[in-house]
Design a protein around this ligand. Sequence first.
Ligand SMILES: Nc1nc2c(ncn2[C@@H]2O[C@H](COP(=O)(O)OP(=O)(O)O)[C@@H](O)[C@H]2O)c(=O)[nH]1
Ligand SMILES: [Mg+2]
Length: 364
Amino acid sequence: MKQVDLGRIVKKAMEEAVRERGHVNLLLVGRTGVGKSTLVNEVFQGRFAETGQGLPVTQATQEITKPGIPLTIFDTRGLELAAHDEIVSELEGLVVERKKDRDPNRHIHVAWLCIQEPGRRVEQAEIELCERLSAHVPVVAVITKCMNDAGFRTEVQRLLPHAVNVMRVRALAETLDDGHHLDPMGLESLVELTMDVVPEAHQMALVASQKASLDLKRRRSHAIVASAAAAAATAAATPIPFADAAILVPIQVGMIASISATFGLDVNSSFLTTLIASAAGTTGATFAGRTVLTSLLKFFPGAGTITGGALAAGTAASITTVLGEAYIQALMVAFRESGGEAVSTKQVREAFKQALKKGRKGKD
Ligand SMILES: Nc1nc2c(ncn2[C@@H]2O[C@H](COP(=O)(O)OP(=O)(O)O)[C@@H](O)[C@H]2O)c(=O)[nH]1
Ligand SMILES: [Mg+2]
């Protein structure tokens, strides 16, 4: 009987998922104190701006990365200084320089130019910066600490005509003097807009890095499940003898790895191996394809009635779908509980078990 070396399959699938996800680079500009660091901490996983010093790139820029997160932030300071001309040129130079790199994962894909609403001022430095940067990279103008627009957004649009859009955000909740409570706002829209302007090959990295829209992660993951289900159906176009069902394993493992990568889960091979093996009802890392199949078939109505010892295309597709959707469900639960920050592998495993159980009940 054909043996499955799950550890090896998982390792390969993870490497591929991470490679396909790519990397995204965000240039963060704006005067000191407008709320750039706060914004980044609220939008992305990993508390990016709390690292303290990043790697200095130019006089005004430092490069911040976090292990496991496919995002680099170029954080700028000094735009408020008298010498802003020099800084504007330096930033433009950085974007142009990076664009020459043969690896598109090193290009700067988008810039957020932050201006705070309470100041209600757009400075010359910001106008020049927006104009010069937008010749090379999409610039999103972000109005921060929003409480009361009073026409400021329109004013920013007029002064920064090259910005791809002007978004209003409030990164932190506010309580007004009269006890009125204002929730954070605009973070999800900012991410969605940024998605639209980042080149496609880097969108997955953005989806994975951000935490403002869990829905974005969920939507992308549904697409992954759909294509894995189609691949499974194709593989079983000629009904697969049970003993050869191992050919579905790489498809399903690839799916789980891609979903993990999409959620920005900091996974390692041993975690995924354990996760999949336990879903498949085995503990060993090497097992027969039939073992996986028999235990997955438990999740299916009518599975017991399959006759002739073969697996048909429709069943192969639905097993894959149930598995993938249960995993998405599990990650949604775990990430909601954690507020979008890194979740523990134990949390995911537990939620996955629950989701599979629920899926199974739903079918019975
Ligand atoms: N009330 C309120 N304060 C904010 C908001 N965003 C940032 N801040 C505050 O503004 C100050 C400067 O923020 P910071 O993120 O360090 O600005 P940076 O210099 O642009 O990185 C800090 O005291 C933040 O707490 C917001 O949405 N609402
Ligand atoms: Mg800062």
